[in-house]
Each structure stands twice: as structure tokens, then as C-alpha cells.
Design a binder for this molecule. Sequence first.
Ligand code: PRX
Length: 646
Amino acid sequence: MSKVFEPNREFSKNARIKNMCEFKEIGHEVDDDYEAYWDKLAKEKIDWFEPYNKVLDESDAPFYKWFIDGKLNVTHQCIGRHLKTRKNKAAIIWEGEDGSRRIITYLLLYYRVNRLANLLKNKFGIKKGDRVVLYMPMIPEAAFAMLACAKIGAIHSVVFGGFSAEALRDRIIDARAKLVITADGAYRRGTPYLLKPIVDTALESGCECCENVLVVKRNFEDIDMVEGRDHIYNDLIKHESQHCEAEVMDSEDPLFLLYTSGSTGKPKGVQHSSAGYILWAQYTMENVFDVKENDTFWCTADVGWITGHTYIVYGPLAMGATTIMYEGVPLYPDAGRWWNMIEELRINQFYTAPTAIRLLHKVGAEQPGKYDLSSLKVLGTVGEPINPDAWMWYYDVIGGGRCSIVDTWWQTETGGHMISPLPGATPIKPGSATFPLPGIKAEIIDEEGNPTPVGEKGLLCITKPWPSMIRTIWGDPERFKKSYFGDCKKDGKPVYFSGDGAMYDEDGYITITGRTDDVINVSGHRLGTAEVENVVAHDENVAEVAIVGKPDDIKGESLFAYIVTKTDIDVDSLKKVVNQLIVKDIGPIAKIDGLLLVPGLPKTRSGKVMRRLLRTIAKGEDITQDISTLEDPSIIIKIEKLFKGE
Ligand code: PRX
């Protein structure tokens, strides 16, 4: 049984939710009247332009709708309403990799966003409902651009800057985006890198929908500009007014799309709403991180992922907090960079991924001791299971045994945290995300909705709709239904299945055991095996390929490929060409780490590749599963031997 760490008493005294009694009381309130609970929160938290007239509409399930006919604008919630009390408070503190800083107060943020919103409208004709793709480095303009879209009702789709031109192109086309906002480039590991040329390549074929490119000059490197299509932000923005009327948005109007990997080849454009999303972004900021008025909050994610959306931009700003944005990598100039920033900026809540924790522990275990980390109150982790060793280092060394660790389980689709400790209330256990948050009905069940016995793996489902849930997959409602509501039922009704497995312990604590589908979590980045396999299969040397996750000390999981070749290429050369293809078609995050040449793939008689067996081998475990259903059981024995080098 793992050790339990009680919350810090001093911290709990001032926490929003102070103990488990309070936590349970809210649970009773939710159980008594689910809708009344959300009604109360929505009224209390959101500054509505016009009130809603119904909390939840389930008539078209699973296309649930929340806060029907309510009117708001997310930028009013995030900026406008704070001007009365927080005009000169830092909204965003940005640190460049070179150590330079920019401090953007709420008033300045208001003006920046308004100017850009005006530019989008006036120069590029962007209207409510139009899609705008952002392909940006970690600079404040990324946040300005997201918020400027929200101000005028355009739907942003941020594409992570590490994705390749091909991946960017697919996302521009799928969203039929009218405009791309990018930057010339930024800095990484002390050297400038370029983004704009990647946009140029993406737009070379099939992106007719995209009429213009707006380029923020960040590193002032030389870039090509296409006459009439490309425009420099730094020149144009000066001429726009700093006043802009916010578009009146319906609760259910889409705020953004964010593409994420699923178990089939094509990434899914996860669509989020305005009211439900911002409500939960704000509530979880306030309660899971327990951010106070004078606190400084730092989430190290990239704005290209959901964590960056909810916990760098929308959540912190919705509650009027100060959010940090850092341009660079954690190891530059050395593994003390982040700890140095925590000391200098007196960071109070710090939120990062287990991969980063493991990396910083491994390459710079002595570094934290050089810095004063006493400002820290809450430490967060997200994106993948955290192993108890990394958890303990985070708790003891970074948190000085004083800070709660909030191991937050959630997904692009959930919009915000779903299962997490509350730092002032929940006794924590290493490696457990503990309990669902108040209002969230997360349960571990089987396909029919029966609860999973303690200690056994089950399916992690959310059995009631919640406000910040995915509304649909952009342009593909059928896929939305099938992907999330096709596998599990409770009381005969389809319920949301996350794709993750999980387990209860004897105290009801939840441990996430990882994906149950063909999605792999590499350094907290979600990759669909089918997506990578499709790319690899295009290489002329490859006859067949299957990719699985292999445990990795730093990344959590890495990609391991089993390939049947049709030429006599050697393994090293094949790995090189395959990785070149992957970098071109997806991006460096999807590179394979391991590769085994095999005589065939283990298939059932109906031709389905049994990835489970390949996963077992990649983990270095013995095959205990029944292999009699395979078309040719001898294949798996051969693969196992090859893997072990026998
Ligand atoms: O497998 C779970 C894992 O990350 C997946 C969601 O990935 P994505 O949509 O990219 O969002 C990542 C950031 C929210 C989940 O299905 N995951 C996320 N948080 C945790 C986690 N696995 C274990 N523990 C967590 N705290």
C-alpha cells in the first residue's frame, strides 16, 4: 500500500476547499441536484451578457448543450471584467529564452487583443464562425491571437509549432481556415529557428481556403514574403484602434478547435464551446491550483496543446491571475533554468509533465538545491502517468515536502481537469490522481457499466455530461459519437469513454493505467499508432508495419516499430529513412526510437494485427496470452526471439 501524504495544514487553512468534509459536502450537493450545482457555479462565475434559460439540454445526446441561450464573450470573462479591479495587474509575464521579459498588464492585454481583433476584422474580413489557424512559438502574441479570435467570434485552431508542414496543411484544410497567424520564428537552445517557411510549404498545395498569412516578427531572421498573401503584424497592428466591441456569443458557439490523435489515422478536430469551457477552466484554476490574488502561476506546456489553452491562457486569465509564459526549453542554458525562474519570479504554483520531471531529475539532480524554491505552494503534473519515484522527487526536492502535488487527469476532449487532488483537502498518494473533482462523474466500469472491483483494471468513463466536454469532432459528428460514446454504457445509456484504463485501490483512489486503445503517450504527447504507421508504410522498403509503445525511463513511452521489409535494407538505414519521413509528414515528436525487422506480423485469421502481443514483447515481458487464434502462431515466437537477440 502506498504512503499517504496529508495536505499542509497551514496551506489548508486558507484553501478554497479546506478538507475532505467540505469536499464531500459539495459531492452531496451535486448528487442532490446535478443541474442545480452547475447552475449555481455558472451564475456565480460567469459575467453573462444575457442569462441562460436552461442549464442542460440532453434532447440530442450525446450532443449535449449547456446554459441554453446564454450570451457572453470569453474575452470579457478573461480581460474586460478585470479592468475595474486589476487594470495594472500583470496578466502575462513572458520570459524569452535569452532572459528578456515582457510584462503585459490586463489593460495592455485588453488593448493588444482589441487591436488584433480589429486587424482580423478590417484587414482580413474575419467574421464570427470563421476559422483561423495559429502556428506560433511561445510568445505573448500567441495568446493575443487566441483572444482576438474569441473577441470577434472566430474559431481558433492552434497547431503545435513542432508539427510539420504536411501536418499543418492537413489541419488548415480540415478546418477550412481563412487565415494563418504565425511568426518568423523564435529561439530554441540559444539559436534562432524558423516557422514561417513551414507555413509556406504547407500552403503550397491544397490550402485554397487560406487567403492570408499574418506574420509576427519575433527573431527578425530573413524570411520570404508572398506579395498580397503575407503581412507583417508588427507593421499593421499600430494602425488599428485599441477599442473593439466584443461579439455577443451564444453559450454553445464554438470557441476553438484543437486537433488531437485518435486510434485511426486522421487527427480529430476537437470542438469546444464558449460558456461551458470557460466556466470549467476558471473553476479548476481556482480550486485545483488554489491560486490567490497575489500569486504567480506557471504552466510549462506549449500553447499548441490543450494544457496550454486551458492553463496558460483561458483558466488563469478567466480568474484574473498572473500567468507565466516561457519561450524556451528546460535545459537551456542548463537544467537549473526552471528552478531559477521559480526563484526569480517567486512562482507559487508550478504545473508540468512527468517527462520533464524525470528529465530534470536525471540530468540535473543537484540543480534545485542551488535555488530558493520556497515560494512554491502547489505542484501540478499532467499528461501521462507519473511513476512514484518521479513523484517523490517532485514532492521532496522541488516541493520541500511542503507542497501538495496535484496529479491532474484530463484530456483534450474534457477541456479541463477531471480527476485530481484538491491541494488543501485531499490526502495524496504517489502515482494516484485520487478522486474525480466535484461535479465530475468519472467512474471505472466495464462496457456494460458494472463497477470494476478494487485492484482490477477497468475502463475510465465519465457517466454524466459536464460543461467543458467536447461538443463534436469538427465536420464529423458520426465519428464523435462512435469514438466517445460507442464503447460503454451505463443504465443502458451510452456514456463517454476516455480511452484510458484505470483502477481503484482499497481507499477508492484512482490510478490511471494508460491508454487501452492504439494511442501512445510519448512525453505526454498523444500519438495515434495508425497515424505514424500510415506514414511509415509509404516508404518503398516497407511491406508491413506495426507500431507500439515501449516503456521509456524519461518519455514514459517511446515508439517501437516492427517492420516487414520488401528490400534488403539494413535496420539502421531503414530507421533513418523512416524517421525522415515521419519528421516530414508529422514532426519530430513522432520519431520512432526502436525498430525490429521481422519476418511477418502476428495476425488473427481475419487479418487483424494483434498489437497486444507486440506490446508485450516491446515491454520485455513474456507472452502469456493465448496465441492459438493467430493465423501463424510461429511468427510471434520468432519475433520474441529476434527481440531478445536469440
Ligand atoms: O492517457 C491519458 C493521459 O493523456 C491523455 C490525454 O492526452 P491529451 O488529450 O493530449 O491531453 C493531455 C493533457 C491533458 C489521457 O487520455 N493523461 C493525461 N493526464 C494524465 C494522463 N495519464 C495519467 N495521469 C494523468 N494525470
